[in-house]
Design a protein around this ligand. Structure first.
Ligand code: NAD
Ligand code: ZN
Length: 349
């Protein structure tokens, strides 16, 4: 794992230490490739690799089995074999589809992640979940395939649109709520706009490191999502996913919908887990500090959210497995939350 500024031109050298092979594929999207593929490609060639650059159109619509199949076809044509490896250069969309391709190509070849969004650095590049969407739902096909190497170049975040940068803080604040009260305090004095200045490189670097540690530690306890320990990472996501879907994946970015889901989960935590209301207020203030929504637009069709909730979750006997926080820095899964509890929380958003 490498986290630093200006490291794209060291990718080749760094990969050399871990990967003895020659051929590789750089999988990227149309936006990211035009910004960063060249330094990565040059660096790989400089270190004796033979990289093939494979591009897909930017956007979630590219995260499909068809695109994954197309990428595999191009890899075969470029001569990649069992000894080769895949580099995913992009946000979470590219991380997921390139990881999926790496998982199935010749039954699995190494995957190198070079995340280029804050969300991908603090969340999707860790934990080994890879996959694609189907018309029936998101991430329905996939594999657990951990990256062999993750390289975070902080400089790439400079070209990220503000909304995309800010949405990463929804996952960061989620991590603070479920596992790290101290980080919540630290975030209170940070400014999203300031963090991308060269003078703040160190602060951004340690923030990313801390989030990687939090997620890795939780994932390590329950890699395949079996014991329920990993499920705490879903804090805010029951409401968040429903809001994302109700907005037809256009109105809100994932992190923005999650922000609203976190507010709802805090309200439910007050009722069901004894979260002190002032701690909820601190979370809401923090979300607002990073320009994330904490109220639904007044005219937003709330019925759509309730329908999405019913679609997404199996409410057995009116109940669902829901993540609550009894106090900032801890979380657990409970079956003591009903559909009506969630409805009430969403209605007050
Ligand atoms: P994304 O990959 O679609 O990137 C968002 C946009 O930013 C795209 O248009 C992209 O081209 C652009 N972009 C990326 N990096 C840039 C840069 N440095 N400068 C300028 N533009 C840049 O979206 P995302 O928010 O990074 O990731 C969302 C995806 O991640 C979803 O598919 C989601 O399912 C997945 N995800 C996976 C996990 C996991 O555990 N595997 C966890 C969370 C999310
Ligand atoms: Zn998320």
């Amino acid at each position: 794992m490498l986290i630093d500024a200006s490291v794209l031109d060291q990718v080749g050298e760094y990969a050399r230490k871990y990967l003895p092979c020659e051929r590789c594929a750089i999988i990227s999207d149309s936006n990211v490739a035009s910004l960063f593929a060249e330094p990565v490609r040059k660096s790989l060639i400089g270190a004796g690799f033979q990289p093939a650059l494979i591009k897909v159109p930017a956007g979630e619509k590219s995260k499909t089995l068809e695109q994954a199949g197309g990428i595999c076809g191009q890899m075969i044509a470029a001569g990649l074999d069992r000894q080769s490896f895949v580099i995913g250069l992009g946000g979470g969309m590219i991380g997921d589809i390139s990881g999926f391709v790496a998982a199935i190509y010749h039954r699995g070849i190494p995957h190198v992640q070079i995340p280029t969004t804050l969300l991908a650095m603090v969340d999707s590049s860790i934990g080994g979940k890879t996959g694609v969407n189907t018309p029936h739902g998101k991430n329905l096909l996939g594999a657990v395939h951990h990256p062999s190497l993750v390289i975070d170049d902080l400089d790439v975040l400079k070209t990220l649109p503000n909304r995309e940068f800010n949405q990463g803080f929804a996952e960061i604040i989620k991590h603070a709520v479920i596992a790290d009260a101290k980080m919540l305090q630290a975030l209170k004095v940070m400014r999203a706009s300031g963090l991308r200045h060269a003078s703040e490189t160190h602060a951004l670097q340690s923030l990313i490191k801390r989030n990687i540690q939090i997620k890795s530690k939780i994932v390590a306890k329950d890699e395949r999502d079996e014991t329920g320990e990993r499920a705490v990472l879903n804090f805010g996501h029951t409401g968040g996913h429903a809001i994302e879907r109700a907005g037809e994946y256009r109105k809100f970015l994932h992190g923005e919908a999650l922000s609203l889901g976190i507010v709802a989960a805090c309200a439910i935590s007050i009722k069901k887990a004894g979260l002190p209301p002032d701690q909820r207020d601190a979370v809401v203030e923090l979300l607002q500090r990073f320009k994330l929504p904490t109220r639904l637009p007044p005219n937003f069709p709330r019925e759509k959210i309730f329908n999405a909730l019913k679609f997404d979750k199996k409410f057995e006997g009116g109940k669902v497995r829901f993540v609550v926080t009894p106090r900032i820095g801890s979380a657990y899964v409970t079956e003591d939350v009903t559909f009506d509890d969630i409805r009430e929380a969403v209605e007050t958003l």
